[in-house]
Design a protein around this ligand. Structure first.
Ligand code: PCA
Length: 331
């Protein structure tokens, strides 16, 4: 024991003399995300980690494990709660089975632009922060995907085309939406999309242009109906005990880098939306906006979803929506 203490002290002294040696106190964190390196979300989160490293002179070193390489999507939040990993990123609406509050960014007709989506996030942030805090978790930032649309291997012109169609959906409300249209929803992780199509498990999918591009949608489908359904978000969060263990300067570095990641991420989402739509067209995909009858059918399926949410959601959700409406009016 004495020897070990002595050698640690000696190493610390040597470290102090040579700036190139890492300090003994450097804290190592792991951050797990289901999304791959091609995703702008992952690029943003890696930049966040880099900013923290820079700001703390390497005292807090966050390794981002992308593409579900460390932990599967469903296990990320429980693992951060337990402290097995210090940080995680999830698709917020995958938590919808825990509370209807987590459904707010997958409700049709509520927020159909980045401005509205941002107001909705501001209105939901206090409640979501409270809910995370109850589990010993602390949200850092949240960034939207571009709005969701429908990929098919034919031109979608009428909701009757959903009959018998197996549609890949990434969360509960997208599944309900597909059911309301008469289709058969299948929950599939983003990374499993190519296999789901190539093995014939799905015929169509609902997602953004970003995921369409990242998963080479043109290999499986020919049309994207840009229905502008909603702007669902990812959320990056940490274990609160791990945060409390950091010294004050490192805590501040995390918070500052998180604020930057949030504003950078919203811009990245806009840019990626434009670049991805362009890539889909370059791969000969046809992009249309739903018109006439189809538009009203999608609207009706969306209204049904919204009404059923209102019934389930309760007072807290009513409050959230009214706060959102006030912010939207003040934009
Ligand atoms: N891409 C992810 C989440 C939403 C999106 O646009 C997915 O489809 O799984």
């Amino acid at each position: 024991m004495t020897t070990r203490l002595f050698s640690l002290a000696a190493m610390a002294a040597a470290g102090a003399m040579s700036a190139s040696l890492p300090t003994l106190a450097a804290e190592q964190w792991n951050l797990a995300t289901p999304y791959g390196d091609a995703s702008f979300h992952t690029q943003n989160t890696k930049q966040f980690a880099e900013d923290v490293r820079q700001a703390t002179d390497g005292e807090l070193d966050i390794t981002v494990h992308s593409g579900g390489s460390l932990i599967g999507h469903a296990e990320i939040k429980p693992s951060v709660r337990r402290g097995t990993v210090q940080a995680g990123e999830v698709f917020l609406s995958t938590l919808s089975n825990e509370s209807p509050i987590y459904e707010v960014d997958t409700l049709p007709g509520l927020a159909n632009s980045y401005e509205d989506a941002y107001s909705l996030w501001q209105a939901s942030k206090p409640i979501i922060t409270q809910m995370f805090a109850k589990e010993g978790l602390m949200p850092l930032y949240s960034v939207p995907w571009p709005s969701q649309g429908i990929y098919t291997d034919f031109e979608l012109t009428d909701a009757s085309q959903f009959q018998g169609l197996r549609v890949r959906a990434p969360n509960i409300n997208t599944q309900r939406f597909v059911e309301n249209l008469g289709g058969t929803p299948t929950e599939t992780e983003e990374s499993d999309i190519p296999t789901a199509f190539s093995t014939g498990r799905v015929d169509a999918m609902i997602t953004s242009v970003s995921t369409g591009k990242a998963m080479s949608a043109w290999d499986y489908v020919s049309h994207f109906s840009d229905a502008n359904l909603w702007f669902p978000k990812n959320i990056v969060f940490i274990n609160k005990r791990a945060f409390d263990r950091l010294d004050e300067a490192s805590q501040q570095a995390v918070l500052d880098a998180a604020a930057q990641a949030e504003s950078r991420g919203w811009q990245m989402s806009r840019d990626d939306r434009a670049a991805s739509a362009k890539a889909l067209k370059e791969h000969d995909m046809t992009i249309t906006e739903p018109q006439g009858e189809l538009q009203s059918q999608l609207q009706a399926a969306g209204d049904k979803l919204f009404e059923s949410w209102r019934e389930r959601a309760g007072e807290q959700a009513e409050q959230l929506v009214s706060d959102y409406r006030n912010r939207q009016a003040a934009q």
